[in-house]
Write a protein that binds this ligand. Structure first.
Ligand code: GLY
Length: 332
């Protein structure tokens, strides 16, 4: 990632977690943050490479992105007498990465943060780019900071313990990036089965990260272009909050209303082949009532990302009723 003064390496490979000490600077005090849904051996691999470390394991789930967790992490770091020269390593999915990054941003006004994502979704999206946050009440990512990691280690071997539904959710985020920004990657996904994608996952992760890296380098603080990473997320968040669909599944559905019909057909073809949902059967009008809580809401509407052709996008402010109509046309 080439951000002036804050460049960092994103290393993708297999068996990398045993080499964490070569990728992260762990010859100091290290707080290793993980959750109880992540196999303990992943955090232990980082511990083995560290000079003086502690593993803090929090409960798995979105509720962990709270002030209570933040206070616990900061208190633990203080009780280890960690200084501004020490570091935090997040080992887990998006919740742990967002929370760990925010704790690192806050402790002593900012310490080094390393990210070792263990889910496909966090590998291809949230682990790079520096967005960190906790939730405030029910509102997601309301309290946070931009705090770029010092390095990101992506060990594709960690996917061995991830269930297939979660893998499909990660693939949904890859489709999201390909649809707006990389026609070749989209075509590759179109020709692939779920098994093919997993067989080629390192290359596919790299292609997705190349897209995100370029976007973040151009617009770190989401003044414009970075909004394309929210493609599918506005309607997706409404679906996620109103159903039992996972985040990636909801984003997959949320992309459909934002595309021209020809793109929609191609997306549906991929979803069918790899096993992502193609329909939202519940009351879409009811789900869309949540749209005004979206962080992308601005005066006069919502920043919407449309995909008129594969490999292209349009970002425009849309009035909420207009967006609801698109959702209704697709799912009613
Ligand atoms: N996950 C969207 C972004 O990093 O901007």
């Amino acid at each position: 990632m080439n951000l002036p003064g804050r460049e960092y390496d994103i290393t993708v490979g297999r068996g990398l977690r045993q080499k964490a000490g070569e990728i992260f600077r762990l010859d100091r005090k290290v707080m290793i943050l993980t959750d109880d849904g992540v196999p303990a051996e992943y955090a232990e691999a980082v511990l083995k490479c560290s000079k003086e470390a502690k593993i803090l394991t929090l409960p798995m789930g979105e509720d962990t992105k709270s002030f209570a967790s933040l206070e616990l992490i900061l208190t633990e770091m203080l009780s280890m007498n960690m200084t501004r020269q020490d570091c935090l390593v997040a080992v887990g999915g998006g919740v742990i990465g967002d929370l760990g990054g925010f704790a690192a941003a806050c402790y002593m006004r900012g310490i080094d943060f390393y990210n070792m994502p263990t889910t496909l979704l966090s590998m291809v999206d949230s682990s790079i780019g520096g967005k960190t946050a906790i939730n405030l009440g029910g509102a997601k990512n309301t309290v946070g900071a931009f705090h770029q990691p010092k390095a990101v280690l992506i060990d594709a071997d960690c996917l061995a313990t991830l269930d297939d539904r979660q893998k499909r959710c990660g693939i949904a985020e890859i489709i999201k990036m390909a649809a707006t920004s990389n026609e070749k990657l989209f075509e590759k996904l179109e020709k692939s089965t779920f098994i093919d994608i997993l067989a080629d996952i390192e290359d596919i992760i790299l292609s997705a990260l190349e897209i995100k890296r370029a976007v973040v380098e151009e617009d770190e603080h989401e003044g414009g272009l970075r909004r394309i990473l929210n493609f599918g997320h506005t309607i997706g968040h409404c679906i996620e909050a109103s159903s039992s669909f996972y985040h990636g599944e909801s984003v997959a559905l949320g992309m459909l209303p934002m595309c021209r019909d020809s793109v929609k057909e191609r997306l549906l073809g991929i979803y069918e082949r790899i096993g992502l949902p193609t329909e939202y059967d519940a009351d879409i009008d009811e789900a869309m009532k949540l749209v005004s809580h979206d962080k992308k809401s601005v005066e006069g509407g919502v920043w919407a990302v449309l995909c008129p052709e594969v490999g292209s996008f349009e970002i425009k402010k849309m009035k909420v009723p207009e967006l609801c109509l698109l959702a209704k046309r697709t799912f009613a």
